[in-house]
Design a protein around this ligand. Structure first.
Ligand SMILES: [Mg+2]
Length: 122
């Protein structure tokens, strides 16, 4: 299982990598939505899940998810948003964009792992 972690904060990327690697997942990282699209379309990587921040330069998380959902190939890839935004309207927008799960930072490792496993059907 390979997961793409998208966040403009290096600290958050490292933290999420650490959590997921400790569970045996392979991870790759991207620094914003545009970088994520390059990694998704540019290489020969297959990602089983995307975990993305919302607030990022160049392309935010909403736009990234919308772009992926428009592509038949990625219409059903599991997507988790992990964001500092805690308002109902942010969550609604995230789900409307096509996210499956919305987690508020700071990330609780147990919650992230639980949601990842749930989305992967374990
Ligand atoms: Mg951010």
């Amino acid at each position: 299982m390979k997961i793409l972690i998208v966040d403009d904060s290096e600290m958050v990327r490292n933290f999420h990598c650490y959590i997921l690697k400790s569970q045996g997942f392979q991870v790759m990282t991207a620094v914003d939505g545009a970088d994520a699209l390059e990694k998704i379309y540019g290489g020969d990587h297959h990602f089983d899940m995307i975990i993305t921040d919302i607030n990022m330069p160049n392309m935010d998380g909403y736009s990234l998810i919308e772009r992926l959902r428009e592509d038949e190939q990625f219409a059903s890839v599991p997507v988790i948003i992990v964001s500092t935004e805690d308002e109902a309207q942010d969550k609604t927008r995230g789900f409307e964009a096509g996210a499956d799960v919305y987690i508020v930072k700071p990330t609780e490792p147990e919650l992230l792992v639980e949601q990842v496993l749930m989305l992967l059907g374990n």
